[in-house]
Design a protein around this ligand. Structure first.
Ligand SMILES: Cc1ncc(COP(=O)(O)O)c(C=O)c1O
Length: 361
């Protein structure tokens, strides 16, 4: 594939910061872009990070045909940059595309675009603990049309954001979740397994409801308010008193978290115990009260492992998990997972890919 660079030579417009402690606020100098028209992808290119030109009638602005992904790259002690499980993100992007009636983005286009972009921006990848180069691939519909039908044209783009932890306190600060019966993220047969941008627009009101109630985020239930599903920005887990991690089953209203899948794969290699099951809310509450559940939290690319020490219920009552402190099982898993990402602990074959040093074309 022939990816063009503009401008040449590379224009460094900003100085990459030495440390980053915010999430998602900084942009690097360049982005990768490709256009879809006439049933094919055209003109893959790396250009300065700059606004798009979009018709006011562009379908993404009216009917929400927009999706995104989230992945990370890490600088290891050898000075090289490695991307983490991006193959899984590429597959999930195309799964989301199929749900939103958008075209598939070939994996070689996604991967080569990303590798060349990161190669160019490698100075922006922070090497400090709890920081990374956050990768944001996204696609949106550009056809100027009114009428609800799939667009015929799209833009695929990858932008990069050097970032610190998603929650300001990182792993060391446990958060509170509101278990909401008032709002639902997704229903069976809906768009819940995709990273449709609209899912996140719909999550803003529940998130505000949680903050108003004194929590950091919501834990969603299924539409019948019977089973646990997931958190607004991550999958959910709890740890039983025998050390087993339990993750709600991936029904068709739950995002298939790459972090959760990785945890289950690591457990399959015998490193610790983890399983998925349908988790009735009433059992979850009873098990926290009885002390059978000793730790809880969320899994996600941005959040990594985020401990949860308190749940609020819609009736105003609250539950504290275990002794309210961050538990040793969550800590051990966080250290193992982030150790693999940053190269301090060996990761399974294929989970890290080194960004090549391309020669200028
Ligand atoms: C709703 C939701 N669930 C779960 C996750 C975690 O998924 P992953 O581990 O692939 O980042 C995310 C973040 O991407 C999310 O937005």
């Amino acid at each position: 594939m022939n990816i063009s660079y503009a401008p040449l030579p590379v224009e460094r417009r900003q100085t990459p910061p030495a440390t980053v402690d915010t999430f998602g606020e900084i942009r690097t100098d360049h982005m990768f872009v490709a256009d879809y028209r006439g049933g094919a992808w055209h003109d893959p290119r790396i250009v300065p990070y700059s606004p798009f030109s979009l018709a006011p009638g562009a379908a993404c602005l009216h009917y929400g045909q927009t999706l995104f992904e989230g992945a990370k790259a890490f600088k290891h002690t050898d000075g090289e940059v490695y991307i983490w499980r991006f193959d899984e993100n590429m597959k999930r992007l195309n799964h989301s595309a199929s749900i939103l009636m958008m075209p598939e983005v070939p994996e070689d286009l996604q991967l080569e675009g990303l590798m060349r972009l990161i190669d160019l921006e490698r100075d922006w990848c922070p090497g400090k603990p709890e920081s990374s180069l956050y990768i944001r691939p996204f696609m949106f519909a550009t056809q100027d049309m009114l009428g609800v039908k799939p667009s015929k044209t799209y833009i695929f783009c990858i932008m990069l954001s050097p970032s610190g932890p998603y929650y300001a306190g990182g792993f060391n600060e446990a958060i509170t979740l509101l278990i909401t019966e008032k709002y639902h993220r997704a229903v069976s047969g809906g768009t819940g397994t995709s990273k449709a941008a609209g899912n996140y627009a719909a999550s803003l009101r529940p998130a505000k409801h949680a903050v108003d109630a004194g929590a950091d985020q919501v834990l969603y239930l299924d539409a019948s308010n019977t089973y646990l599903e997931e958190v607004g920005t991550m999958n959910h887990f709890h740890v039983l008193d025998d050390g087993t991690f339990v993750i709600p089953r991936f029904d068709d209203s739950v995002l298939r978290s790459i972090t959760s899948v990785s945890v289950l794969e690591l457990a399959g290699q015998g490193r610790f115990k983890a399983r998925q099951e349908k988790i009735p809310l009433k059992d979850f509450i009873a098990d926290i009260k009885s002390g059978r559940i000793i730790e809880a939290g969320g899994f996600g690319t941005a959040a990594v492992v985020s401990p949860v020490n308190r749940y609020l219920l819609e009736d105003g009552s609250s539950l504290t998990v275990g002794d309210g402190k961050i538990g040793r099982h969550s800590r051990a898993l966080y250290e193992l997972y982030s150790g693999m990402q940053t190269g301090l602990v060996p990761a399974p074959e294929g989970w890290l890919r080194k960004v090549p040093r391309f020669k200028a074309d």
